[in-house]
Write a protein that binds this ligand. Structure first.
Ligand SMILES: [Zn+2]
Length: 302
């Protein structure tokens, strides 16, 4: 799984920083999380193949998280997309997008499927297939907002070729070994799967927590994640503003990551009041050393 940051500023584009948008790449498929204004230009700048986006997750309806969406939906039509597009979003979004499409008499050549998430707050599985799973959890913001957990499932077990030869296992059976089956020899002797395979890599978990004030209400949802993205709109000196506006400081984001026993933390959603962002990482690292402050174009492997 690879995350690419397309936007990391909050509220308005400022200081060369764009509003929220991230790409998650799993195998040959792309997910887009939030779609602030300017996201398409950022996709072009960073070489993101728009046609590979199958799923879009919108955390909430503050404009800096979705004002780029109608443009992207329209471009997909103009580019002749035929693959269905699935959007997971707050309850009001389908009506907003439909009004925009109706006003321009737009006819999309692809199926657009909206899957709404209850504004009352939902903990539910949104997508679950052989390769990955997406679930959501409520966070605490001024309007209904959800975070997302994306889990890339563990790959099949790896073959121990030397052991397979030793037990004279025919090659046609290798696929079943990778799926976890035992092998029975002609004389009835059972060769346990663990004797001829090695464990594949484990599940990889990415948790996206934005926008929210500091709270441990969702710490169990993100526990043990390989990477947590947590908004950090403010520096510690402005903690009062963070509380007032339902946002988080870098230090608070680090405290959440520590409480959740995460492996890594990524910061973002910086307030426009800060021209430079170096201090965010420095403040968070005092609490949670394995922190990186996101910057546009950052690619981070999970
Ligand atoms: Zn917001």
């Amino acid at each position: 799984m690879k995350i690419t940051i397309l936007g990391n500023n909050s509220a308005i584009p400022a200081h060369g920083r764009n509003p929220s948008a991230q790409i998650v790449e799993i195998k040959d498929l792309l997910l887009l999380i939030d779609c602030g204004e300017g996201t398409q230009m950022q996709m072009i700048k960073y070489g993101i193949k728009r046609s590979k986006i199958r799923y879009i997750l919108i955390s909430h309806l503050h404009g800096d998280h979705y004002f780029g969406l109608i443009g992207l939906i329209n471009s997909f039509g103009l580019l002749g997309r035929t693959d269905p597009l699935h959007i997971y979003c707050p309850e009001l979004l389908p009506a907003i997008i439909q009004a925009q499409l109706d006003a321009s008499s737009a006819h999309l050549p692809y199926e657009l499927h909206f899957h709404t998430i209850s504004d009352a707050g939902a903990r539910t599985i949104l997508v679950d297939n052989n390769v990955f799973k997406i679930s959501c959890f409520p966070v605490e913001h001024r309007i209904a907002t959800h975070g997302f957990v994306i889990t890339e499932k563990a790959k099949a077990r790896k073959l121990d070729i030397e052991a397979c030869r030793k037990y004279e296992i025919p090659q046609y059976f290798y696929k079943r070994l990778q799926a976890g089956d035992d092998y029975e020899q002609k004389d009835g002797t059972l060769i346990p799967n663990e004797s001829v395979t090695l464990p594949g890599p484990g599940d990889k978990v990415y948790a996206y927590c934005a926008d929210t004030r500091y709270t441990l209400s969702f710490v169990e949802d993100v526990r043990g994640a390989d990477l947590i993205y947590h908004e950090s709109t403010y520096l510690d000196a402005d903690v009062d503003l963070a509380i007032l506006r339902y946002h988080t400081t870098a230090v608070q984001a680090a405290e959440l990551a520590q409480a959740a026993d995460a492996k890594r933390l990524m910061l973002g959603h910086y307030s426009s009041r800060y021209k430079e962002i170096e201090a965010f990482e420095a403040e968070a690292k005092r609490v949670f050393p394995n922190t990186v402050a996101s910057f546009e174009g950052l690619e981070i492997h999970v």
